[in-house]
Design a protein around this ligand. Structure first.
Ligand SMILES: Cc1cc2nc3c(=O)[nH]c(=O)nc-3n(C[C@H](O)[C@H](O)[C@H](O)COP(=O)(O)O)c2cc1C
Length: 325
């Protein structure tokens, strides 16, 4: 995998699970990031081949709790994103998963208190020595692409200085979300400050922030000079944003997402969260559809709600058939 002129699905907690990543790929995403997974959680997992679903699962030992699910279809373009504050722990977590993914990315942009209080996400931005330690440890010990994703620092000079330091660790690319840690999602992304980073580095930069239409991929590329472009909310609201033929109606994309969730036996909480985000953006959770999604307790309930009972039945029967052979 390389990072030249790629359309990238951004990491999104509770959204970027296997069915959503495959959905984005189907519509044209070249690289798909998984949701951030914390190293502490990952190192408690064991790798299991799930013949029932046809996936490779990382399951918390002694439980059936799937922390990360992937499959061979996405092996060459899926990025495992990790939250960490410790090089040795990051390495242990990465070693578990590195044969099943195309790259490992370290989240250095999350502003949530959970991340910051654990010294992870955006807390790393003012610890360049620790960043250096984590990235060089991963680079030296793993034969896989290593990247990280940052936010802007308080001045363009500081951002560029940090980006140069990161480049010196030998990472394959740098994702830059064009907002500062204190910025809200509604604040416009500062594409010009991403451009400053692009101008200062030789490694590919992945520009992120405020891509809502297919044409925005080209706009951000021209404005920043970045190698690749990454979209989060624009894809969450309509994953067909990646399609050069134009967006499909969101209802069609939603139905396809439900089908993929059924096929890959996605966690019901993740599926509901993603559907609710789509509905909140395009419609309203107070209407009957939103209320029914909130009430749903299983993928079978969602299949019924969206008229996909036959598909649900077909998937279940196929699994039983394969297992009995
Ligand atoms: C629902 C949601 C979950 C997110 N989870 C993550 C995450 O796990 N890791 C991360 O680095 N960024 C995360 N982000 C930030 C996005 O990856 C992205 O940087 C940000 O939304 C800006 O891109 P956009 O303007 O295209 O939405 C999340 C954003 C959203 C909307």
């Amino acid at each position: 995998m390389d990072y030249e002129n790629k359309f990238v699905l951004a990491p999104m907690v509770r959204v970027g699970t296997l069915p959503f990543r495959l959905l984005a790929s189907q519509y044209g995403a070249d690289i798909t990031y998984g949701e951030e997974i914390i190293d502490h959680k990952m190192i408690k997992c064991e790798r299991r081949l799930n013949e029932h679903v046809g996936s490779t699962d990382f399951v918390e030992k002694g439980t059936n709790n799937v922390v990360f699910r992937t499959c061979s279809l996405e092996r060459k373009h899926v990025v495992f994103q990790m939250g960490t504050s410790n090089a040795a722990r990051a390495l242990s977590a990465a070693q578990l998963v590195c044969q099943d993914v195309a790259a490992i990315d370290i989240n250095m942009g999350c502003p949530k208190s959970f991340s910051i209080s654990g010294g992870m996400g955006a807390a790393l931005l003012n610890k360049p020595d620790l960043i250096h330690d984590i990235l060089t440890t991963l680079r030296r010990n793993l034969n896989i692409l290593i990247t990280c994703k940052i936010r802007l620092l308080n001045s363009p000079q500081d951002t560029v200085e940090l980006a140069r330091r990161i480049e010196s660790t030998g990472v394959s690319a740098l994702g830059v979300h064009g907002r500062r840690v204190a910025d809200r999602p509604r604040d416009p992304a500062k594409w010009s400050e991403i451009a400053d980073v692009v101008a200062a580095l030789t490694i590919p930069v992945i520009a992120n922030g405020d891509i809502f239409e297919y044409d925005d991929f080209q706009r951000i590329k021209v404005h920043t000079g970045a190698s690749s472009m990454m979209v989060a909310r624009g894809a969450l609201w309509n994953a067909s944003i990646f399609s050069p033929e134009g967006k499909l109606p969101w209802e069609d994309v939603k139905r396809e997402y439900v089908r993929k969730s059924i096929l890959w036996d996605n966690d019901i909480k993740s599926t509901k969260y993603t559907l609710k985000e789509m509905i909140m953006h395009h419609s309203c959770l107070e209407l009957p559809e939103g209320k029914a999604v909130i009430k749903s307790e299983s993928l079978a309930d969602l299949a019924k709600l969206y008229g996909e009972e036959k598909y649900y039945q077909f998937v279940q029967e196929n699994r039983s058939f394969n297992e009995s052979r």
